[in-house]
Design a protein. Structure first.
Length: 152
């Protein structure tokens, strides 16, 4: 599968990046806000959902992760909640990347993590990139999510 290279310039584009980053794991130390450059960046090991879904359709059970870089430009501020930035080796799981519009095109981008942590970016506009950084490696299993309805 070729390396993923995506750019987001609106909320719809960002939703696609979010889908590709669902269940990505990363270290807290791999998050960086560069205020002078108005940039936020993160390095994560993303689960390759596209490859996994294609393999399951072919009745194979082969899963992969890929090292990927996420970058936001035109970032005015960053706020962190529920993540200990001093514990750089702590591992967390990214669930979603969402956009909350303000006075358009400005707004807030939120990176929501499984442990309740979040990073909220105040942005002039959406300008993001997701790019794979190298080859894939085998993942032992597919991330699982409990059903929302325990009776169903």
């Amino acid at each position: 599968m070729p390396d993923l290279k995506l750019i987001a310039l609106d909320a719809e584009d960002l939703a696609i990046i979010s889908a590709h980053l669902q269940d990505a794991v990363l270290k807290v130390g791999d998050l960086a806000f560069l205020p002078r450059e108005k940039r936020f960046a993160a390095i994560a090991n993303r689960f390759d959902w596209l490859d996994a879904l294609e393999n399951e359709t072919a009745r194979e059970k082969r899963y992969a992760r890929r090292r990927a870089a996420l970058r936001f430009e035109r970032v005015l501020a960053a706020q962190v909640q529920g993540l200990d930035l001093k514990n750089k080796g702590a591992v967390t799981e990214l669930l979603a990347v969402r956009f909350e519009p303000g006075e358009l095109p400005a707004g807030h981008v939120t990176l929501q993590f499984a442990d309740g942590g979040a990073v909220r970016l105040s942005v002039e506009c959406i300008e993001a990139e997701l790019r794979d950084l190298g080859p894939a490696w085998e993942a032992k299993s597919r991330p699982r999510h409990p059903d929302k309805d325990p009776a169903g």
